[in-house]
Design a protein around this ligand. Sequence first.
Ligand SMILES: *Cc1c(COP(=O)(O)O)cnc(C)c1O
Length: 380
Amino acid sequence: MRKKYLLTPGPTPLPPEVCQAMSRPIIHHRTPQFQAILKEATEGLKYVLQTKNDVFILASSGTGAMEASVVNLLSFGDSAICVEAGKFGERWTEICRAYGINCEVIKVEWGKAVDPQEIRSRIKDAQSKIKAVFVTHCETSTGVVTDLEAIGKIVKDSEAVLVVDAISGLGAIPLLTDQWSCDVVVSGSQKGLMLPPGLGFISVSPKALKLVESASLPRYYFDLRKAKKALDKTDTPFTPAITLIIALNEALAMIKEDGLENVFLRHKKMAEATRKAVLALGLELFVPDAASNAVTAVKVPAGIDGEKLVKIMRDTYGVTIAGGQSELKGKVFRIAHMGYIEEFDIILCISCLEKVLNQLGFKFSLGAGIRVAEEEFLKK
Ligand SMILES: *Cc1c(COP(=O)(O)O)cnc(C)c1O
């Protein structure tokens, strides 16, 4: 036998409560019973998103919610700013271009965060032609966190709406949707929220709802005008992912029981222990500052095959972490500490990392990583 452990930035491990909820018999969705479930889910998401805005639950992966935001906010020929600081920032540009949007791309070196002032000057240069600014909360490909608070202040004073991909950030790192003026926030189920993939979420501010009414891009399944009409009657336009929404309420109950602040603190602790442990092994962090507490990217040391490292951890020892994507393929590996991850998951992962690094001939003091992680966890 081989016991398996998952420390990837989506999907993330499932709590037993969530698994159990998904084994319940299916119910019909046009019923008062499901309405109560949907209401609880919507309210719970508002709590996690820290918003009073409407929140829609879509039957799609996170990218579906990203596409929903594009088609519901924009019209053919509109201009938008897309911040590309990694693979997921690039996705904003790709979706926008697929719909004929004129993209003002802000390219940021991978591993760095966008300078909010760059967004300010691009909006100014475009002379109020920018309809939307697309950013990534936690850029999962690099492990960088974006300064949404600063960007929100800038975009708020313009005609544009701020659209945030918080697919990996939600429920892992602070996101004050209303306070930071994030008009549209999109997320997904399989990361910080401890669920299987299959749900997309999208919150929409009153400023953005106006665009939803006026946008002329083609849309059908993701038409938020239909979704809004349904939501106002605690309903959905199509068959919702009933089972996943029932499971969502279990996950939300766990988050509420801990309290959002404590959930963020836990993620911070996991991230700090991970960062200190890899440094103690003589490895280098890919992100020296602006590192996200959701996922840690580590540089693959010279002479080590990064893809082989990830493969041996997974296939020989059952510990799945993630490699690098696109231009970072083979150059970094990523340890996710989002969602249902605790102290001993981190220690186990570092232990496995040490074992495989040792096997691959990397020179370090065996046990140095887990020792530092344990010391970190001993701190109050
Ligand atoms: C995982 C992820 C996505 C993609 O989400 P899917 O659910 O695979 O569609 C998009 N953006 C970010 C930041 C992510 O972490």
